[in-house]
Design a protein. Sequence first.
Length: 166
Amino acid sequence: MKIDISFTKRILLIGSLGFFISCMEPFPELPAETQSGAGSFGCLVNNELVYAWYSSNRSDAGAAYNVNINQLQISAICQFGQQFFLIINNPYKNQDTLIDTIRYLPPNSNNWIEATQSGSFRITRMDSISSGLDVVSGSFFFDLNENGKTPIHVTKGRFDLNLFIY
């Protein structure tokens, strides 16, 4: 049996499909590489996009700098329950350096994976802006390998966070 769809029906079908696609939520992407304290954190974990939720009034990512021990800590809770905790000692001096401590909680897990002196971390901004708001921005990547488990490759990591100094 041959089905013949008229030209008009094809145009309506294509138009409806285009309208449906245009109404869909935009596909999330890595946050822009900004340096304004935008509250953004994102990366690719085994080539899958992972990001912390952020909007103009809240962020699930943050940064703190402990002046007494000269240590930067960055943490993020991401959309599938993944969590990241990065520690960088002496961040002003150690640009383009290894990450001193990495803690990663995979989705649907209660077992943190930890590594030391791994990956790479680069700060593109760490200072106060005119409004008195402290900002830290940069990029990172790392690999985590546990015996008998699938390696975790974190690439294209970027963050632009308000910085709490204590």
